[in-house]
Design a binder for this molecule. Structure first.
Ligand SMILES: *Cc1c(COP(=O)(O)O)cnc(C)c1O
Length: 504
């Protein structure tokens, strides 16, 4: 009996469900392209005006209750004309941004973006390229941007990498490569439980929370992330690091890597990266540098010496959306050993195997260098900005931010009612209001928290805060190409004014 003879009656017995599809053909393309064009141009104009006029706006506004209620509405079953949707955007969304476009936003490490970057995202969305996996321009743009950054940092030819959503994923990817390169067994195949002991990663107590998350996700765990105390400058104590690694090995830990900080989030401290590279070499472990914002200082000839040793790292994480003024999101991880980067992300899916020619002919697809398959074309805005501005101008912008922060630090230092609580080696300064003659039990932490909230609520400025040596402090991180020195004069004036409202 041939296969066709028996199959026919059974197939006929399976009844198709009633399904005719929609009565009319549907599409999401506009019916009136010219009308859409007019609306789209007007929308672009609004976004250009927003960026041009941002200095005249408050830095931030609270979302009011009537607007808040609109966000509770259920999803519409039937749509509305785009004019109506854009009206909602104008009333509900555009007036209530995070605030980081503004010249006086210095909270967290909030990047300002830039008009050219906005155009890059428009074009990326317009072409809708799925970046990195195909035989197209997007893959080439990504590769070129990665190479430019590796060169700028001084990493060797052959360094590869991946454009990521930001520093967090860049840290995760770099540390996955570290783990699988150093652990000494087939981690992707056998899993971390096959390790002869607890895998261990070393970093200072100032390391960013995204590294803790990476340790959690990679099966290293918070127990395996060994946090080493810092010196008075908030840099890792390298002697203590070496000693801890030796002791840990004796205790059965399996050290796999060191995470160096090029610009800690709290104070902008830069670890002695050259020394860390020596220790990593001597201990046969990986050196990953979290340079989310600080690595960009390498673009300045005057600041690069602060980062000595960065070029010796096995992997470096950096952000474009912070100190390179690219709109969210974009970051990168750069990895010296191309094979090491591929190890954690290998897959043999037949549907992804690149053919010799055609759309799929991409011999080194990005999905083999990171956790994502489909990715947006985030490299385009970076590529456009670097082409337009050039790396030398980037170096000058970074220096300008550092110079302005030194100006702010000097203002703080010269005022008896303000305390600068940490060194400011880069673009971050931490300080607090501590009026002369205040009672020993004056609630300084409360006052400073209140100063922070009032500065923000009044739309004056957005610093953020942290806790250093047990004290609540105000924190300014300047990655803002719109800030002028006088914006910091205003910050100091208003901080003192609010401080006096509180302390009487
Ligand atoms: C911001 C930051 C990160 C995380 O980067 P994202 O882009 O926010 O994911 C990591 N490390 C440092 C030092 C940072 O400042």
């Amino acid at each position: 009996m041939g296969p066709t003879e028996a199959a026919a009656p059974e197939l006929a017995a399976v009844s198709e469900p009633e399904f005719a599809g929609p009565a009319q053909r549907e599409t999401l393309d506009p019916q009136d392209w010219e009308g859409f064009r007019t609306l789209a141009h007007r929308t672009l104009d609004r976004m250009i005006d927003l960026q041009r006029d941002i200095r005249d706006e408050p830095v931030w506004r609270q979302v009011p209750d009537d607007v808040e209620r609109r966000f509770q509405e259920a999803a519409p079953v039937d749509g509305a004309p785009i004019e109506e949707v854009l009206r909602d955007v104008a009333q509900l969304v555009v007036p209530y941004p995070t605030g980081n476009l503004h010249p006086r936003f210095w909270g967290w490490v909030g990047g300002t973006g830039s008009p050219t970057g906005m155009l890059g995202d428009l074009i990326a969305a317009g072409t809708n390229s799925v970046a990195g996996n195909f035989n197209d321009a997007a893959a080439r743009v990504e590769e070129q941007v990665t190479r430019w950054m590796a060169d700028a940092i001084g990493m060797p030819t052959g360094t590869t990498g991946l454009i990521t959503s930001g520093g967090s994923v860049a840290n995760l990817v770099g540390l996955a490569a570290a783990r699988d390169a150093v652990a000494g067994f087939d981690v992707p195949g056998r899993g971390v439980r096959a390790a002869p002991g607890q895998l261990a990663l070393y970093a200072s107590t100032e390391v960013h929370s995204s590294v803790t998350k990476a340790a959690q996700l990679l099966g290293i765990g918070r127990d395996g992330l060994r946090l080493i105390p810092t010196d008075a400058q908030y840099r890792i104590d390298t002697n203590l690091l070496s000693r801890t690694m030796r002791e840990d090995r004796a205790d059965g830990f399996v050290p796999i890597g060191i995470v160096g900080n090029a610009g800690t989030v709290n104070t902008g401290a830069i670890d002695d990266l050259d020394r860390l590279a020596d220790i990593a070499r001597d201990e046969s472990v990986w050196l990953h540098v979290d340079g989310a914002f600080g690595a960009v200082a390498a673009l300045s000839d005057n600041l690069r010496p602060l980062l000595r040793g960065l070029e010796r790292a096995d992997s470096v994480a950096l952000d474009f959306h912070k100190w390179m003024y690219v709109p969210y999101e974009a970051g990168a991880v750069l990895v010296r050993d191309a094979d090491a980067l591929k190890r954690p992300f290998a897959s043999d899916a037949a549907y992804l195997a690149p053919p010799p020619r055609g759309v799929g002919a991409q011999p080194d697809p990005a999905n083999g260098r990171g956790p994502q398959l489909s990715r947006g074309f985030k490299a385009l805005k970076v590529w456009m900005l670097i082409k337009e501005q050039g790396l030398a101008k980037y170096g000058r912008l970074v220096e300008q931010n550092v110079r302005d922060v030194r100006h702010l630090a000097a203002l703080i230092d010269s005022h008896p009612d303000l305390d600068r609580v940490a060194p400011a080696p880069l673009n971050v300064v931490c300080f607090r209001y501590a009026p002369r003659g205040a009672a020993p039990d004056a609630p300084l932490d409360e006052w400073n928290q209140e100063i922070l909230m009032r500065l923000q609520e009044r739309g004056i400025a957005v610093p953020s805060s942290t806790v250093l040596r047990g004290h609540f402090v105000l924190r300014v991180a300047n990655v803002n190409h719109r800030t002028r020195a006088e914006d910091f004069d205003l910050l100091v004036r208003e901080t003192l004014r609010i401080g006096r409202e509180l302390s009487g």
